[in-house]
Design a protein around this ligand. Structure first.
Ligand code: FAD
Length: 449
């Protein structure tokens, strides 16, 4: 007997929402697997609907949520029919579930909402919290739930308002002098109490020193899963969080699920997710809660806060717009001076590969990559760095990558926008000199005017 023809679910076509594009630098174009996007003079995408396959890559990567999927009325009708058919199928399947499966589904259904922890020190929020609100907004919209912020600290109500400007619609606030400085116990217990009470299905935290400590403590207490250092987050049709991160030394990307416990917890390193747009006028609801602890219940005491001398002196590579990075090709500690000189001319900072750190040529604070920092500068200049995957995961989102390497086959050239094949000891000083000459000529010109 001939099988009835299977109706395929329409995938739609990407479409630009009028006036929403912020001309971020063609992220949508570079994400498109079918080259369906070209950019106009204003830096906005033009989508070739014949070539677009509705894969949603551009929709997901857009930091301004300026792209959406467009469906024709006929396609919308097919989708509605398919949804009806699948809900009947789901009801049929429900009847065949075991009592354990029914119990599990009821437990999972008790959790709703996406939460982002707003990490702060002395009342200043870590930027990663806002990046996570950007990522959380996409998850919340796919799940059709609220995006909420969790704010803990002493005198930090203003951070709730800031969280609204970055996309949250509700903020759970615990404002208490006990939370003046970060300590694991009161912060973890505060968050666990909020989770027990309001039951979110997803909790996201920054993979900073503080976030790593807190996320582990919270997940352990709640007996749920935690995926650290995710580089991608998405949800599937079963409301499961798809948590993607490098595994096996960065050689594969693994997508991890937490099937039977809630909330699903993930941490993401700073600069991995793009910053969302800030809406000055946005507002939301603050839910005030208190903490059920006294100072006597907390074993750790903060006697003094001493700033890390390295952090106080050096500009953080995570925040830098220009990074000049050196690897084993530098051959020696002293040779990093060549990179410092170029960095000074460009107003940038020096980064490095792990090999250079392991060799003792530069401090680990400068290391870029899987076990170092993730960076998103405007310009990244890789000097004498081969381009191992563990290095690339930390810098591949730079707006412009320039690689200098004497090996034309070096993998770094595969992701570089500009590649210079040659000896860095000749090329780097030559670039520095030409910048100095250009600046001197500019100075002379402005003096003679
Ligand atoms: C679990 C794990 C985590 C890791 N995490 C990180 C991480 O966070 N960050 C990281 O960077 N690495 C990391 N690594 C190490 C990574 O695998 C590579 O070993 C490392 O990145 C290589 O550093 P490199 O490119 O400086 O050195 P090499 O791979 O030795 O490359 C040196 C390059 O310099 C070029 N060169 C030499 N002389 C010159 C010259 N005169 N002019 C121009 N070019 C020259 C060579 O052609 C070569 O391509 C990790 C590894 C593992 C297993």
């Amino acid at each position: 007997m001939e099988q009835p023809k299977k109706i395929r679910r329409p995938r739609g076509k990407a479409a630009l929402i009028p006036n929403a594009c912020i001309a971020c630098g063609a992220r949508c174009q570079s994400s498109c697997p079918t080259d369906a996007i070209t950019m106009n003079d204003k830096g906005e995408p033009i989508i070739d609907t014949k070539t677009c396959i509705g894969c949603q890559q551009c929709v997901k990567v857009c930091p301004a949520q300026a792209l959406e999927l467009y469906f024709t009325p006929e396609e919308l009708k097919i989708i509605a029919e398919l949804d009806d058919a699948s809900s009947t199928q789901a009801e049929d399947q429900e009847e065949q579930l075991t009592p354990e499966e029914i119990e599990l589904n009821a437990y999972l259904d008790g959790f709703r909402g996406v939460w982002v922890f707003v990490e702060q020190t002395d009342g200043t929020a870590a930027k990663v919290a806002w990046e996570l609100l950007g990522a959380g907004a996409k998850l919340a919209s796919s799940l059709d739930v609220e995006l909420c912020a969790i704010v803990l600290g002493d005198g930090v109500e203003n951070l709730c308002q800031e969280a609204f400007r970055f996309g949250a619609t509700k903020a759970y606030l615990i404002d208490d002098p006990l939370l003046r400085h970060y300590r694991t116990k009161p912060y973890a217990e505060g968050i666990c109490a909020l989770v027990d009470r309001y039951k979110p299905e997803i909790v996201l935290m920054g993979a900073t020193g503080l976030g790593r400590d807190l996320a582990g403590a919270v997940a352990t207490h709640l007996k749920t899963g935690l995926t650290a250092d995710c580089t991608g987050l998405d949800v599937d049709e079963k409301r499961q969080l798809l948590q993607t991160r490098p595994a096996f030394g960065g050689n594969i990307m693994a997508t991890i699920f937490c099937e039977k416990r809630r909330p699903q917890m993930a941490s993401v390193r700073p600069h991995v997710m793009p910053m969302p747009c800030r809406d000055e006028k946005a507002s939301g609801e603050i839910v005030r809660e208190s903490i059920n602890l006294t100072e006597a219940d907390i074993p750790t005491k903060v006697l003094e806060v001493i700033l890390d001398a390295n952090q106080a002196d050096d500009q953080d590579i995570g925040e830098a717009e220009f990074i000049i990075s050196g690897g084993r090709g530098l051959l020696d500690k002293q040779n990093f001076q060549l990179l410092r000189e170029l960095a000074d001319e460009l107003g940038g900072v020096v980064g490095s590969s792990r090999s250079a750190v392991d060799a003792g040529w530069i401090d680990v604070e400068h290391q870029v990559g899987q076990t170092g920092k993730t960076v998103r500068p405007k310009v990244y200049i890789a000097c004498g760095i081969s381009g191992a995957i563990q290095h690339l995961v930390g810098m591949q989102d730079a707006d412009l990558i320039i690689a200098i390497n004497r090996d034309p086959e070096a993998p770094i050239f595969e992701i570089a926008d500009y590649g210079i094949v040659g000896d860095l000891f000749e090329i780097v000083p030559a670039i520095t000199q030409s910048i100095r000459r250009a600046k001197a000529a500019q100075d002379q010109q402005s003096h003679s005017l």
